[in-house]
Design a protein around this ligand. Structure first.
Ligand code: PXP
Length: 249
């Protein structure tokens, strides 16, 4: 894998399901959103099947596996139940994320270093099944090295702290977080890991991260689904794509 190639955009459709589930019916349909996202230039679709099924459902994953023409990035916690589901579907990519029931969203990265043995055993069958295993972690050398040791092919760096600092107007903290993301992207790449990034990205925060040559994929959800209320999903994605391409030069 070489740095600097075209940056892929993975569109996370979880929050279409959040809106659907608010009324308990079938509308709006995340599969329809996924098809639209594909047509608008998404290079992949990301969906997180949470243990509590608060947004994406098992049936959504069945449907996505059937209808998608772009790769599915299946986000899941490192539990036996999720491993069984992933092994049944064999999606293109599996992204292992930490999950706490009480959290509103995935708040931090995975503690790989503390759970190295368990995670190495957990991801081995997924890799054998042909899934690209990605580990969602903070921009932290210890976690990157542990992800590398357990045999992950990909890491996804958590951009949440950078985006939060930007939203709160904390310029120094934002720049510090961005510098850590830049340095750790380069470090992970030097170990042979493919680098992805995501969480909380929007039109204001995407370009500095998109400009890192080692980053090969961004996964973006909440902002795009929110923005689609105002301009439609296709145009919201197209604008994100344009900003990413511009940043990439
Ligand atoms: N990447 C990962 C691993 C995530 O867990 C999420 C949120 O589900 C995202 C990217 C997308 O974050 P956001 O919805 O804030 O754009």
């Amino acid at each position: 894998m070489s740095a600097g190639k075209k940056l892929r955009l993975g569109v996370n459709i979880d929050h279409v399901a959040t809106v659907r589930n608010a009324r308990g019916g079938a509308y709006p349909d995340p599969l329809r959103a996924a098809r639209l996202a594909q047509e608008a230039g998404a290079d992949g679709i990301t969906a997180h099947l949470r243990e509590d099924r608060r947004h994406i459902s098992d049936a959504d994953i069945d449907g996505l596996m059937e209808v998608l023409t772009v790769p599915l990035n299946f986000e899941m916690a490192a539990t036996e139940e999720m491993q069984r589901i992933a092994l049944r579907h064999k999606p293109h990519a599996v992204c292992i994320v930490p999950e706490k029931r009480e959290e509103r969203t995935t708040e931090g990265g995975l503690e790989v270093a503390r759970e190295e043995n368990r995670l190495a055993h957990f991801i081995a069958p997924l890799r054998e099944a042909g899934c690209r295993v990605s580990i969602f972690i903070a921009a932290d050398k210890r976690q990157i090295e542990a992800a590398h040791r357990i045999g992950a092919e990909v890491i996804e760096l958590h951009t949440g702290a950078y985006c939060d600092a930007h939203a709160e107007g904390h310029v120094e903290a934002r720049d510090r977080e961005l510098a850590a993301l830049r340095e750790m992207s380069a470090y992970a790449h030097s170990l042979g890991l493919e680098v992805h990034a995501g969480h909380g990205l929007n039109y204001e925060t995407v370009q500095p991260v998109a400009a890192f040559p080692e980053v090969m994929e961004l996964n973006i959800g909440h902002f795009l689904i929110g923005e689609s209320i105002f301009r439609g999903l296709g145009p919201a994605i197209a604008e994100m794509r344009r900003l990413m391409d511009e940043a990439r030069g």
